[in-house]
Design a binder for this molecule. Structure first.
Ligand code: PHE
Length: 446
């Protein structure tokens, strides 16, 4: 492995926490969580989601940081250090992250488009928006900004951006949730979100979706946390930081629910609209409610900030992989990634623009999200579990996590949860999702 440049390090523990939180909190919390909860039984969805975070997500998060800090390499390098044959698996994960990033930036671009359209009072229904070339232009701008941040480096780019934007995000979401609690529809929203319809829990798909959302939302299983852990100082406490990141991530998702559902229940609109919730239902709500321009602008600012800091972390995974391998700086590696990223993302961007680009009759973006964002992610998490809990130097991992944490907690999460519970759960979720897709395909074919 070439190591031409000295590895950067977060400038402080707080800097690391900001970057880690910026990576975890993203579209997954503010766009994906509310719409999934909305269309999967409301409060009932919370149970598998929270169980997934506590039982599988948190152990994986901790041990990913541990692997990164122990091996001081990105995902491919770390996997290779665990077992030579596993290098290619690390490479596959980095490639998958690149694919996810390519369409994630398109959705991030939409939030930028809405952020521009809302304050100038342009009512932006989703089909009106995608009938223009705005989505493509916004994707290009977002992708270039993302590359710019990563090119500036770990401390000057990622850490500084997260430190500046995260407090903004926290203030906006708390204000919006607070506003939601003053609205008439709050009672309905609260019972929708927190009173589980337990019969929905009999549906294995609700569990599978809840688990995959837990992984997506925490951002585990994609090498991001290994990469961020590799810039972590020796003295930072991993277990405590992971608990902080996971609770911050869950809090933002819940606050997003508290901000969105009162709006939906007060001003009308179906809570279970699916992915359209943020881009079709809410714009209508904003255009009808008093002060909607302000609330709407705040909401899209929130989405954009959250998406950008997550996208940056994905790009860093790919840049670090190239940098570990070639000895180039991550900045130089990123420069080489700009054009491929734009090219690949364009396919998704064009599928929600006048070009209406489709493969197999489906918009490219949807295809990417199912293939990489749903299945790929679960497979990524599964192979990461195998690498970290079976192949890596277990003692060294436990030592990394154990610093400042109760022994039993480390042993439990590392051994029982990481080795057995998480992989079995992941396999079950994968099987359930695959079966449901096959059934759906058959129904469509009839
Ligand atoms: N966790 C991010 C979100 O909630 C998405 C993400 C996934 C980021 C994987 C990094 C890695 O939107």
């Amino acid at each position: 492995m070439a190591s031409g440049v000295k590895r950067e390090q977060w400038s402080s523990h707080l800097g690391f926490l900001a970057a880690a939180m910026g990576s975890a909190v993203g579209l997954g919390n503010i766009w994906r969580f509310p719409y999934l909860a909305g269309s999967n039984g409301g409060g009932a969805f919370l149970i598998p989601y929270l169980v997934g975070i506590a039982v599988c997500g948190l152990p994986l998060l901790m041990f990913e940081y541990a692997a990164g800090r122990h091996y001081r390499l990105g995902v491919m390098g770390a996997f290779k250090a665990m077992s030579r044959r596993y290098e290619v698996v690390g490479l596959a994960i980095a490639a998958m992250v690149f694919f996810i990033l390519s369409y994630y930036l398109v959705v991030a671009g939409w939030t930028l488009g809405y952020l521009i359209a809302t304050p100038i009072g342009k009512e932006a229904g989703f089909s009106a928006f995608t009938a223009t070339w705005w989505p493509v232009a916004c994707f290009v701008v977002t992708a270039v900004v993302c590359c710019g941040v990563v090119m500036l480096g770990v401390t000057k780019g990622i850490e500084r951006t997260s430190r500046a934007l995260l407090p903004l995000l926290a203030v906006v979401i708390v204000l919006m949730a607070g506003y939601g609690m003053t609205l008439e529809g709050r009672g309905e929203a609260l019972s929708f979100l927190f009173k589980p319809d337990l019969s929905a829990l009999g549906d294995p798909l609700v569990w599978a979706r809840g688990f995959s959302q837990a992984f997506f939302s925490l951002g585990v299983g994609m090498g991001v946390m290994i990469t961020y852990g590799s810039y972590m100082a020796r003295e930072s406490a991993i277990a405590r930081s992971s608990v902080i990141v996971a609770s911050g991530d869950v809090s933002v998702a819940l606050l997003a629910g508290l901000a969105i559902f009162p709006l939906v229940f007060t001003f009308g609109g179906p809570p279970g609209a699916g992915p359209q919730l943020a881009f079709e239902t809410l714009p209508q709500v904003f255009s009808h409610m008093p002060g909607g321009m302000l609330v709407g602008s705040a909401f899209y600012l929130l989405l954009f900030v959250a998406a950008l800091t997550s996208a940056v972390s994905m790009l860093q995974v790919v840049a670090a992989t190239i940098s570990d391998r070639t000895g180039w700086s991550t900045s130089r590696a990123t420069r080489w990634l700009v054009l491929p990223l734009l090219g690949l993302g364009l396919l998704s961007a064009l599928s929600y623009a006048p070009a209406d680009l489709r493969f197999f009759g489906q918009p490219v973006l949807d295809l990417m999200d199912t293939t990489f964002g749903t299945f790929g992610l679960l497979v990524g998490a599964l192979v990461t579990c195998i690498a970290i809990f079976w192949l890596a130097d277990g003692l060294a991992m436990k030592e990394q996590v154990g610093h400042g944490a109760p022994r039993r907690f480390v042993a439990w999460s590392g051994f029982l949860l990481g080795r057995y519970v998480a992989p079995i759960t992941l396999l079950a979720s994968l099987a359930t999702l695959a079966a449901s897709l096959i059934v759906l395909g058959e129904l469509r074919g009839r």
